[in-house]
Design a protein around this ligand. Structure first.
Ligand code: DER
Length: 228
């Protein structure tokens, strides 16, 4: 499909930024999967030597299948760059992530990384972030966090499993609320307000990484590279 081709263009382009000897953060989702497939080829054809830190069980399994060497976060002296996807990208390169419920570990890797490369098809670009905003919370705090979010004016919806009765459980053993803000908001302000609620692990607004972010959009005429 055109969207799959766009994801592949972006994902393959991002693989070019990986240099020999790098330790990279491996994001989660269908777009970064193309980056990982390309890295497999580069490891095979160029003997590229890299180590990856996965941001989800899915990425860990996928890296194993592709022969991308994996290390734990503790073994990484530094993370040269993290390659990841996004659900919405605004003109200031602020993001909404978490459709795949992987945003907690993705934010940790983004924070550690010298550089963040976001790969996406053109549908992810927006003029302003809207939502819904995924929020990972500890199950103990469900009713409290819901009450606070309702008082903030928006609508929090518990993310139900599909092939599992009850809520989606994250790789960290937590649950997800998808928060629908009632009106326009400043991304940094809303991110901070949500992340301060006791019981919230973190939300999927990534407003703090723009300076170190390069976005690659898989446009039809070729990958478009955007940075501030
Ligand atoms: O869950 C996540 O944060 C993913 O990175 C998601 O935002 C992007 O996944 P996609 O590349 O499959 O759209």
């Amino acid at each position: 499909s055109p969207q799959e081709k766009a994801k592949q263009r972006a994902g393959f382009k991002a693989a070019e930024y990986v240099k020999d000897g790098m330790t990279i953060g491996l994001g989660t989702g269908s777009t970064v999967a193309f980056t990982m497939a390309r890295l497999k080829e580069r490891i095979r054809d160029e003997s590229l030597t890299i180590r990856g830190v996965p941001t989800s069980i899915q990425t860990l399994i996928r890296a194993g299948e592709l022969g991308i060497p994996i290390i734990g976060l503790e073994q990484a002296e530094k993370i040269n760059l993290t390659i990841d996807g996004a659900d919405q990208i605004d003109p200031q390169l602020r993001l909404i992530k978490g459709r795949g419920a992987a945003h907690v570990r993705e934010r940790i890797l983004a924070d550690i990384s010298d550089r963040l490369i976001i790969v996406a098809d053109p549908t992810k670009l927006c003029t302003e972030l809207t939502g819904p905003v995924p929020i990972e919370i500890i199950p103990f705090a469900l009713s409290h966090v819901q009450n606070v979010l309702i008082k903030m004016g928006g609508n929090p919806v518990l993310r139900d499993g599909v092939k599992k009765d009850g809520p989606v459980i994250s790789d960290n053993g937590n649950i997800i609320l998808d928060y629908h803000p009632a009106q326009k908001y400043n991304p940094m302000d809303l991110e901070t307000a949500i992340n301060m609620i006791p019981g919230v692990v973190c939300c999927g607004i990534f407003a703090e990484f723009s300076e170190k972010t390069t976005v690659i959009i898989g446009e039809e005429e070729g990958p478009r590279v955007i940075s501030l």
